[in-house]
Design a protein around this ligand. Structure first.
Ligand code: G4P
Length: 528
């Protein structure tokens, strides 16, 4: 078998999602620890003030203690080469999460055992189901008081509309947490509080064994026997095909902080999930093992490192092998190019790479030519992957620079941040760049905009919130928006390409405007 086929088979590329604080960062760190990618985890981030999770690299993230943007990490474990795509937990960055999920083959969903399905889990999950990718559930924090496991499963099934199959089953929780029962191997993995160390005892003890009373107590033993009987009798059957189509989620119970159940989870998960899958393109499905290189851009990030002052386009390789210096074709630009400074990332550390394979994520230097969703392919075999839709902004602000002398920096900064897809920018109809209307999906993006303009472009801005919540593109090309008969809380604007749009304070206005302007065609998504 040729080398590159072998390499691609080893790849597992997944995103990790959770409501903030469920334990995503802790779990990721434990994965990296097992893979030998970092030497120490857990203890590094005991307190919020001293929290420097490897995947958090922006100042603002450290200040707020949330992941603002996604980052990518690669490590090896057993014979696998794993790419983890970290996603921002905060709902205001759902769009970033959505794009990241476009680059993943499966998702790991971390749930806090005391809280169950939280608001953000729901939203992120919805994004996952848009792509039918396999979803693996890790119910975390079993070392704390947890909710009843049956209730948790029922909630996942009802709220998220996916079937569940517990791979292991918890015995007690909090102070009474005794470990988990592995349903396939039919044995107990006993829990001992171990200060976050690696080792966990796997004790060969079956339900009904005399010794089990001593290990977990007779009450827990009885409950476990009843629970397993109920699960075996009334639960869903395990079906790998359903897992792979995102219809059944394997569920694992554990505790990332104390390292309990993390390694078995990683092993099982790697077994069940797939190597890179074919991707749809306008030339049919593109097989990852196709020797011709192809990739698409799912994220653009400027000034990741202040010292570098650069812009990086992240691309997911979909087929073949990438080699440093190779000539490729940028479909949207219609040009042959060389991908400059190809690198892989591990939080703040970057490593320049010579080769990468389908399934991998690489960052390349972007001189300002790439947009999100662009396809890069080999010069001899040209096609284009499906685009990545943008979310409609729901919050709008008028933004002005405070110091009019800084106009150039203001325009450059705000345009670059818009190209990254973090914000969308508009103008008053017939207006210039002095005043910009910024639209975002979540209001925290306004804070990020202000922070980044100050820190990366040295520009102070004034922001004034606008009362609009909905946006529509006017599809009628010839129409002059000034001639429209609109409610007083509808505003006419344009994007930087000159497309005409309307923003509305409420849904009622959208309906009123449509009813009173015959032939007006409004689209919810912009043309990219
Ligand atoms: P996130 O990335 O999903 O936002 O969560 P993160 O890993 O940062 O974990 C959130 C908090 O939960 C952290 O507490 C972390 O130590 C704790 N945690 C994670 N996994 C477990 C677990 O298995 N058991 C227990 N008991 N705690 C866990 P923190 O940063 O120390 O601060 P605080 O939020 O407790 O103040």
């Amino acid at each position: 078998m040729s080398d590159y086929v072998n390499e691609i088979r080893k790849r597992r590329t997944f995103a990790i999602i959770s409501h903030p604080d469920a334990g995503k960062t802790t779990l990721t760190e434990k994965f990296l620890l097992y893979g030998g990618a970092i030497a120490l985890a857990g203890s590094v981030k005991g307190k919020k003030t001293a929290k420097h999770a490897v995947s958090d690299w922006m100042e603002i993230e450290k200040q707020r203690g949330i992941s603002v943007t996604s980052s990518v990490m690669q490590f090896h474990y057993n014979n696998y080469c794993i790419n983890i795509l970290d996603t921002p937990g905060h709902q205001d960055f759902s769009e970033d999460t959505y794009r990241t999920l476009m680059a993943a083959d499966s998702a790991v969903m971390v749930i806090d055992a005391s809280k169950g399905v939280e608001r953000q889990t729901r939203k992120l999950f919805k994004v996952c189901t848009l792509r039918d990718i396999p979803i693996f559930t890790f119910i975390n924090k079993m070392d704390r008081e947890a909710r009843d496991p049956f209730d948790l499963l029922e909630e996942i099934e009802q709220e998220l509309g996916i079937r569940t199959y517990p791979i292991n089953w918890p015995i007690g929780s909090g102070k009474e947490f005794k470990g988990v029962y592995d349903r396939e191997k039919k044995h107990i993995i006993a829990f001992r509080a171990n200060n976050g160390q690696r080792e966990v005892e796997a004790t060969e003890a079956e339900i009904g064994d005399q010794g089990l009373d001593a290990l977990i107590g007779s009450d827990h033993h009885r409950t476990l026997a009843d629970d397993i009987e109920l699960l075996d009798g009334a639960g869903y059957e395990f079906d790998l095909e359903m897992v792979r189509h995102g219809k059944l989620s394997p569920v694992f119970f554990g505790s990332a902080l104390t390292n309990f159940g993390v390694e078995p989870f990683l092993e099982e998960f790697l077994n069940m999930t797939t190597p890179p899958l074919p991707r749809k393109s306008d030339a049919g499905k593109i097989d990852p093992f196709d020797p011709d290189f192809s990739a698409f851009v799912f994220k653009i990030q400027a000034n990741m490192n202040k010292a570098h002052r650069d812009r990086i386009a992240f691309m997911r390789i979909c087929s073949g092998k990438f080699e440093k210096g190779m000539e490729v074709y940028h479909v949207q630009g219609g040009k042959k190019i060389k991908l400059m400074q190809p690198q892989q990332l591990m939080a703040q550390e970057r490593e320049v790479i010579d080769e990468a394979f389908a399934g991998d994520i690489i960052g390349v230097f972007d001189p300002g030519i790439f947009s999100i969703g662009d396809t890069i392919c080999s010069v001899s075999n040209k096609f284009s992957f499906g685009g990545i839709p943008t979310f409609a902004p729901e919050h709008f602000s008028r933004v002005q620079q405070v110091d009019t002398m800084k106009r150039k920096q203001f325009v450059k900064g705000i345009s670059q941040i818009a190209q990254e897809g973090a914000i969308q920018i508009f103008q008053d109809l017939g207006g210039g760049m002095e005043e910009i209307i910024v639209g975002v999906v979540g209001t925290l993006q306004f804070d990020v905009l202000e922070y980044r303009l100050r820190n990366e472009y040295n520009v102070e801005i004034r922001m004034e919130g606008l009362p609009y919540q909905h946006i529509r593109w006017i599809e009628n090309e010839e129409l002059d928006p000034k001639t429209l008969n609109l409610t007083s809380d509808t505003k006419r604007i344009q994007d930087l390409k000159g497309n005409k749009l309307l923003i509305f304070a409420n849904e009622w206005s959208i309906r009123w405007d449509q009813e009173h302007n015959e032939g007006l065609v409004l689209a919810e998504f912009g043309k990219s």
